[in-house]
Design a protein around this ligand. Structure first.
Ligand SMILES: [Zn+2]
Length: 331
């Protein structure tokens, strides 16, 4: 657990962390920001492990010193995970009991005391102000490592005392490579998830192992593939199958992808640049039967439905109309 080989991308951040630890110039507060699934939690943990590592002669974390060993057990005496106890977000009471009290005493065994606060952007202003007391005059051994999707929700006074490290979004190809090489996912599928996850490796990993997502993906394909063979009543009745995704109509993104891929095949005549490579044969056959205008009209119908659902239009009505349009434009 928690070794540099677990990290894919984010080389810049790793570089900054390593040089801070190697030079001994560790700041008192770091905020790791970035989109969900870009590795913030992993980086926070690796950084804490690096800071506490006792053998800094080679690559850090060394993975063999006593600190490295105890770190992975989750019971490192000088690494404190600040967690919410009463509400969803860390509140002022949590900061008092888990940070202020603990920061006042010296590390138990190692040279620093590291506090990890995840989702720091959900901290109330009250909690942040309370944290500020320690940030303003930090005991020499205290290091905060916070994670946040965006630094905007943090008080300027907290930000000005912290070093901001940004995670990077990875190119789709890199993510696909990771899925194929490290997780053994077949290449055509890995390529799909890499593109679909839009720069988030965490999201790609999650989706690639999610049965629910693959079920939804398959359902959309089955529906689309039946547009040519079923009559309009049967086709629009598919709305009942999609109803269970009412709360999170992500299936519309798959519809979009489907038409995007068809359009690409139509335009360039091959499947080199499509996202759903695992469905290449089907898509090629479909593209042959379609006009560009029809594909474009169907894509528009999907985008319209997406927009309407975002503004709370009746789900069944909206999706039924979309399916009707798709059927109408399938010749
Ligand atoms: Zn070590």
């Amino acid at each position: 657990m928690y070794s540099l080989s677990d990290i894919f991308g984010n080389r810049n951040t790793i570089e900054k962390m390593s040089s801070a630890v190697k030079s001994g110039q560790i700041s008192h507060s770091y905020i790791i920001t970035g989109s969900p699934g870009t590795g913030k939690t992993l980086l926070a943990n690796i950084f804490a492990k690096m800071i506490q590592c006792e053998d800094k002669s080679g690559s850090i974390p060394c993975l063999h010193c006593s600190s490295c060993n105890v770190f992975d057990s989750g019971n490192h005496p000088d690494v404190i995970y600040v967690v919410p106890t009463k509400r969803k977000a860390v509140g002022i009471d949590d900061i008092r009991t888990q940070v202020l009290v603990k920061a006042a005493t010296k590390p138990y065994k190692y040279s620093r005391k590291v506090f990890i606060i995840e989702n720091a952007d959900t901290l109330t202003a009250e909690a942040q102000n309370s944290l500020l007391k320690t940030l303003e005059e930090p005991p020499e051994y205290v290091v905060f490592i916070m994670t946040a999707v965006s630094a905007r929700a943090l008080l300027p006074t907290v930000l000005s005392r912290s070093v901001i490290l940004k995670t990077e979004e990875l190119p789709a190809k890199e993510i696909s490579k990771y899925l194929a090489e490290k997780l053994g996912i077949p290449e055509d599928k890995a390529s799909f998830y890499g593109e679909y996850a839009r720069g988030s490796i965490g999201e790609a990993v999650k989706l690639s192992s999610s049965e629910e997502f693959s079920e939804m993906h398959q359902l959309v394909f089955d529906i689309l593939a039946s547009a040519r063979t079923s009559d309009i009543t049967t086709f629009t009745s598919n709305v009942s199958l999609l109803e269970k995704y009412k709360q999170n109509p992500e299936f519309l993104d798959i519809f979009t992808l489907f038409y995007r891929d068809l359009m690409i095949i139509k335009l360039i005549g091959n499947t080199d640049y499509i996202i759903q490579k695992d469905k290449a044969d089907f898509l090629t056959a479909e593209a042959r039967k379609e006009t560009s205008q029809n594909i474009s009209d169907k894509l528009e119908a999907v985008l319209k439905a997406k927009k309407e659902l975002a503004s709370n239009v009746n789900f069944n009505l909206c999706v039924e109309l979309m399916l009707m349009k798709i059927k109408e434009k399938t010749t």
